[in-house]
Design a protein around this ligand. Structure first.
Ligand SMILES: [Zn+2]
Ligand SMILES: [Zn+2]
Length: 314
């Protein structure tokens, strides 16, 4: 694919321009400057944090922990910006990225997500809970301490409400779940990165992020807490493939987990949004996004079918 193409999302009224001729070698952005200060996530520097979840290792020390961020934008003691922000420190080892964890360790990180997601949903006055990770990308000497965040919001964000509305509309019109349909319709397309009996990893047709990836459970489940051990293990394999590749390129990324809001039907999934470029005027002014990496090309990269050194696009 060399010509640009306007693509519409599978079921939402959202558009992206896939413009591969604009593609350049992804430059390393979003790296965290080497800091000389202490790391507050290292066990030696822990002080009086309020611990809400603890998963110990064989020595009785914590291996995965969740703490309340007292300095966050939303706190439970501020009625003007009520909420809760927790930081899940995914390992006690500084500098180890999630793609370098063992499969069973990633499963344990997901168990921490499930515990905190479920607990924060029960908090008074909370309308939505989001679990996400920001990873700065490994480049040069900069290394950070691997962590995720769980934020409980007192409002339902319009983007989340819109996703639920469009999902419901598709369900009514097609008498089917859009995500189940995506799995069915994309299986023979050149956008499948990896799959097993549990998880379908694809680069979506109208990806709004270069190298964007969705991880869809094949089973129609509503919440992260519905995942079985075997499904979590499959997610761990997919994350190692995708995040390992992004780590290799030094590309920063976010991933976030989309769940049903209340009791409505939904198909939970994980969206991975790499951040190799910075949005420009068109994106900021119109919300129409230009993605310089076609999803089909991104798939080849993840599948290891393109030699980066020899590819002119890089
Ligand atoms: Zn640290
Ligand atoms: Zn479904």
């Amino acid at each position: 694919m060399t010509k640009s193409q306007i693509r519409k999302d599978y079921f939402k009224d959202e558009y992206v321009i896939i413009a591969p001729n604009r593609a350049k070698r992804p430059h390393r952005v979003g790296t965290i400057a080497e800091t000389t200060g202490i790391c507050h996530f290292c066990p030696a520097n822990f002080a009086n944090e309020t611990i809400t979840y603890r998963d110990n290792n064989n020595d009785g020390d914590w291996e995965i922990i969740s703490v309340i961020n007292k300095f966050a934008a939303l706190t439970s003691n501020n009625s003007s910006a009520y909420g809760q922000t927790e930081v899940i420190i995914e390992t006690r080892r500084h500098g180890l990225d999630i793609n370098e964890f063992s499969l069973s360790h990633i499963v344990r990180v997901f168990n921490a997500y499930i515990d905190r997601f479920t607990a924060l949903k029960e908090m008074n006055g909370i309308k939505h809970v989001i679990v996400f990770k920001n990873e700065g990308g490994k480049a040069g000497a900069s290394i950070a301490h691997s962590h995720s965040q769980v934020i409980a919001l007192p409002i339902l964000p319009p983007k989340v409400e819109n996703e639920a509305r469009e999902y419901g509309k598709y369900r009514l019109e097609h008498l089917a779940c859009p995500y189940c349909d995506i799995i069915k319709n994309e299986s023979d397309k050149p956008r499948v990165i990896w799959q097993d009996e549990n998880i379908f990893a694809l680069s979506p047709y109208a990806s709004d992020a270069p190298y964007g990836v969705w991880l869809l459970p094949k089973r129609h489940i509503r919440l992260i807490s519905d995942l079985t051990r075997s499904e979590k293990e499959s997610i761990a394999i997919a994350l190692k493939i995708v995040l390992g590749k992004l780590d290799e390129f030094g590309i920063s990324y976010n991933y976030f987990i989309e769940n049903a809001i209340n009791s409505e039907d939904y198909h939970m999934h994980i969206k991975i949004a790499p951040r190799p470029n910075i949005w420009a005027g068109l994106e900021l002014g119109t919300g129409v996004i230009i993605n310089p990496i076609s999803p089909e090309y991104a798939t080849k990269i993840y599948r290891g079918e393109v030699k980066i050194e020899n590819d002119p696009k890089f």
